[in-house]
Ligand binder design. Structure first.
Ligand code: Z5A
Length: 232
């Protein structure tokens, strides 16, 4: 059960809140560019459904009509948002996504898998663009209260590997893909730091290998952490 949106004790960079209000589970996938999140979420969602669970797969920024509108603003290659504005837009999108899609699905008993969530704001706008973490945590509290994921899977790949995967894919770079190597290295180290600070919530998976091996590692992790049996 995800941690709830009311009450709770403090601890950890997202507050470590504890009141449980819902019945589904909330899983987030995080990582730098080309880590393989979308690929692996499809496989995990299919395996969870095969095991009899109802699954909602969603993404950020976006995932609800209002948040998808904000996504268009954020990923516009011509946009010149500063870090506070970006963080505000990401949390505005997230608040709408949580209220209109994530929370109802969890209350209906679904397992919700989200491609990126608040750790991406910590990594991109915090570690990457230098916005103070205290400001990000304030926005988190306003948007989400004490809600936190049951499990966050961080797919870790060297920056050059992720970039090579993205370059091999069709389509021009979006706003974040245009950033330099040092920015992407700060992201990678940021995600690893988040995992070190919140080991109960986060699991780092070495994703610098073939797709099937990464899937096996994720299934093992989800089985161990959340008590479901999954097979490839
Ligand atoms: N952002 C932010 O700044 N702050 C926030 O709070 C949030 C987001 C929520 C959203 O972009 C951008 O918004 C994102 C962060 C920022 N930055 N960028 N760019 P997006 O949603 O368009 O993209 P993304 O989340 O970064 O996902 P992605 O770029 O599509 O990558 P992915 O989902 O991790 O990977 P993939 O699509 O599964 O795989 C990429 C390619 O690699 C593809 O061709 C695969 O076939 C291939 N692949 C996957 N796994 C493997 C393995 N294991 N080996 C070889 N090749 C592989």
């Amino acid at each position: 059960m995800p941690q709830g949106k009311s009450g709770g004790k403090s601890g950890g960079i997202s507050g470590g809140k504890t009141a449980n209000i819902s019945v589904g589970k909330f899983l987030t996938f995080e990582g730098g560019e080309g880590a393989g999140k979308s690929t692996q979420i499809k496989r995990l969602a299919a395996a969870l459904e095969t095991s009899g669970l109802e699954v909602t797969a969603t993404r950020e920024p976006g995932g609800s009509p209002g948040a998808e509108t904000i996504r268009g603003l954020l990923l516009d290659p011509a946009a010149e948002w500063d870090a506070p504005t970006e963080a505000l837009l990401h949390f505005a999108a997230r608040a709408d996504h949580y209220t209109t899609r994530i929370s109802p699905a969890l209350r209906a008993g679904n397992w919700v898998i989200c491609d990126r969530f608040a750790d991406s704001t910590r990594a991109y706008q915090g570690y990457g663009l230098g916005l103070p973490m205290a400001a990000i945590e304030t926005l988190y509290e306003v948007a989400l209260g004490d809600f936190i994921p049951d499990l966050t899977i961080i797919l870790d790949v060297p920056v050059e590997v992720g970039m090579a995967r993205m370059n091999a894919r069709d389509g021009g770079p979006d706003r974040y893909e245009q950033m330099d190597f040092a920015f992407h290295e700060r992201l990678r180290q940021g995600f690893l730091d988040i995992a070190r600070r919140e080991p109960a919530r986060c699991a780092v998976i070495d994703a610098d290998t073939d797709i099937d091996t990464v899937t096996e590692r994720i299934f093992d992790c989800v089985s161990q952490r959340l008590g479901v049996t999954l097979s490839l």
